[in-house]
Ligand binder design. Structure first.
Ligand code: ADP
Ligand code: MG
Length: 322
């Protein structure tokens, strides 16, 4: 369905208002195509994510956080390759032109865009069931980029930040136990994830592989070991968790929050053991902590071990030995 005249001004008023203006954008919003320039020696990294109402979010969710998340999850994919973000395009399908919703959505979107120097260069606006698609474009050095298939036996496995907070927030929300004052920090981790863009760009020169954690550590690390034709051991006691998540683990003796809950958008990456010193130097310059959680091995599959080195059932994340 095409747009009415008033909906065209909606694009001018709310969407074509990016504060970020990049020198490598020859033509931005307003023409039939965006025209952009990739720096010499770099390759273009492209990724896309779609959020569908009723499937990825409930229609009543705060539009500011939705705008934030729609761009942040795409930036997280760039971060996982070690790419530098540059441009985004946005496809918005909405049942009606709800100006307040669009203003809020774009506010959340542009806050992230400006923080990471991303310019919105084009998109499409149509009428239909609420759905949001963002495509992100960035630059990567093809010799340094972090792929999922680069891990080798003997490599050490690390993660950025902490694991399980977003999953805990979701769990509390779904069980009606979320206290928006007491659980404010946890809820921010779910609604306003921070893509580890700087970390990814810095790690690219020393890491052998990386992935961003959108579906949970076991599943996402599973992609690395599968595509790298190897396996891994995770040391449960090393997993970086907030006090709130640690408390749940202590009370339930099960590790599903850090192991298999999604939406953390931290990076999981591997480095050769020889690069540990280099990593430590780099870690001192980063905002988020880097934690060693295990090692890559030849034997396929992922094994979790407890503090005594005994294997814990990975499927359920249940620690039989506790
Ligand atoms: P066309 O019909 O030629 O595709 P449109 O009328 O759809 O052009 O869009 C006009 C301009 O506004 C284009 O530059 C397009 O990229 C931009 N645009 C439309 N919708 C969006 C959006 N949701 N986000 C960013 N840019 C948009
Ligand atoms: Mg169009």
């Amino acid at each position: 369905m095409s747009l009415t005249l008033s909906e065209f001004s909606l694009i001018d008023d709310y969407i074509a208002t990016s504060a970020t203006s990049r020198a490598d954008v020859c033509v931005g919003i307003g023409d039939d195509c965006a025209v952009v320039e990739v720096p010499p020696g770099k390759s273009l990294a492209v990724s896309m994510d779609t959020l569908v109402a009723g499937r990825h979010f409930i229609e009543a969710v705060d539009a500011v956080s939705l705008g934030h998340k729609a761009l942040a999850v795409n930036l997280s994919d760039l971060a996982a390759m070690g790419a530098e973000p540059a441009w985004a395009t946005l496809s918005l399908t909405m049942p009606e032109a709800n100006l307040r919703w669009i203003r809020d959505f774009m506010q959340g979107f542009f806050a992230v865009a400006d923080r990471f120097g991303v310019q919105l260069v084009g998109g499409d606006t149509t009428r239909g069931p609420l759905s949001i698609t963002v495509q992100i474009h960035g630059f990567v050095d093809p010799r340094k980029m972090m792929r999922r298939d680069g891990a080798n036996p003997g490599d050490l496995i690390y993660v950025t930040g902490s694991l399980g907070d977003a999953g805990l927030a979701l769990r509390l929300q779904q069980s009606g136990k979320l206290d928006i004052v007491r659980h404010q920090q946890l809820l921010r981790r779910l609604d306003y994830p921070t893509p580890r863009v700087t970390e990814g760009m810095q790690l690219a020169s020393i890491a052998t592989s990386a992935i961003d954690l959108s579906d949970g550590l076991i599943g996402d690390l599973g992609h690395i070991v599968q595509q790298s034709h190897c396996g891994a051991t995770i040391e449960l006691q090393r997993l970086p968790c907030s006090a709130a998540v640690k408390q749940v683990i202590a009370e339930s003796s099960e590790w599903s929050l850090p192991l298999s809950s999604g939406d953390d958008y931290e990076l999981c990456f591997t480095i050769p053991a020889d690069n540990q010193q280099q990593l430590q130097t780099l870690a001192a310059t980063l905002d988020s902590p880097l934690t060693r959680i295990g090692a890559i091995e030849q034997q396929p599959g992922i094994r979790c071990v407890n503090a005594e080195g005994a294997i814990v059932d990975v499927e359920s994340g249940y620690d039989h030995f506790k």
